[in-house]
Design a protein around this ligand. Structure first.
Ligand SMILES: [Ca+2]
Length: 327
């Protein structure tokens, strides 16, 4: 090829790539990389309980392994037993996805944060693979770094470990430790009420779905709308939710509300894991407000309502704590 033709060819190729990149058709991240594993592969699935490492599996839940195409029907197979064997194709780019569809009678949560620390687990996302309107757990498994099959070796065998915990969805209790008194009628000050969450067994996990702080007419009316009681924050366990997180006071329902996730898929829930020897005070709460009351002998009693996800995506009824702020 002459130099001039070569120059023209280079310009055309660069232009083509520029157009493809601009239209979004060229996804460099999905281009199979060199030297990623391909070939026969057996995956052993191990499900253990976080608290003690004993076997603890999802009840009746569907577990499907699909290829890197992320097409729900492009499956390696169903994990009806503890292992699955298939062919890692070049276009898989070293990745398979484990899709878990929880049965309604399942009693375990996947502990995503802990499972992400396990070998081969690359990411975990909610994904509605079967298009039924509810997300499955989609676990990206990265086998790209496996060494090539050697002569006489017919497959690679790997262990994938999921860390699970019993789902706590009932008998959650709250105990009040301190309330607030002495709220001034002349100047604002910060006031708190505290307590703790209980009713758990060691190793239980719960997923918070929403919190409401509801004001009734108990005492002397709904002060938040009249600017005498201003929410500062609610701390619970390791989480802090500020007034900004709660957003605008809902006047018609006389409450503040914060939601975690979309209320039909549990992936957006806030995890609470009760550790070994956690004690009563492992998940204390603190409700803090900036207060000034219009006259003496006033008290308002916020109800803190906690709602939790169940493994099937439904939400528990409220677990309620009453606290008081008095002048
Ligand atoms: Ca689904």
């Amino acid at each position: 090829m002459k130099a001039t033709n070569l120059t023209v060819a280079v310009i055309l190729i660069v232009a083509l790539f520029a157009v493809l990149a601009y239209t979004g058709n060229l996804d460099f991240s999905e281009t199979p990389a060199l030297n990623v594993y391909k070939g026969r592969l057996q995956v052993n699935l191990i499900q253990i309980k976080r608290i003690d490492g004993s076997k603890y599996a999802f009840v009746d839940s569907q577990m499907r392994v699909i290829h890197g195409s992320r097409n729900y029907n492009d499956k390696v197979g169903e994990l009806s037993s503890a292992s699955i064997t298939g062919d890692m194709k070049a276009e898989d780019n070293g990745r398979w996805w484990l899709i878990i569809d929880y049965a309604t009678n399942n009693t375990a949560w996947l502990d995503a944060a802990q499972t992400l620390k396990m070998p081969y687990v690359k990411s975990i996302v909610g994904w509605d693979g079967d298009k039924d309107g509810f997300d499955e757990e989609a676990i990206e498994l990265d086998f790209s770094g496996l060494s090539p099959l050697t002569a006489g070796e017919d497959k690679k065998v790997v262990d994938v470990t999921l860390i699970n915990s019993p789902a706590r969805t009932a008998s959650i209790t709250y105990t009040n430790l301190t309330n607030s008194t002495g709220i001034s009628t002349t100047s604002y000050s910060y006031k708190t009420a505290t307590g703790y969450m209980g009713g758990y067994a060691e190793g239980d996990m719960a997923k918070l779905a929403k919190i409401q702080i509801v004001f009734s007419n108990t005492g002397n009316g709904t002060y938040p709308d009249s600017e005498y009681w201003k929410l500062t924050h609610l701390k619970i366990g390791g989480y802090t939710f500020t007034s900004g997180d709660f957003g605008t006071y809902d006047l018609s329902n006389t409450r503040f509300e914060i939601k975690f996730g979309d209320q039909i898929n549990s992936q957006g829930g806030k995890d609470y894991y009760y550790p070994k020897n956690g004690g009563d005070l492992w998940a204390t709460y603190e409700l803090k407000a900036y207060c000034k009351y219009p006259s003496a002998s006033k008290v308002i009693v916020p109800l803190i309502k906690f709602y939790f996800y169940k493994p099937d995506g439904s939400i528990t009824s409220a677990f309620i704590e009453y606290v008081s702020f008095a002048s």
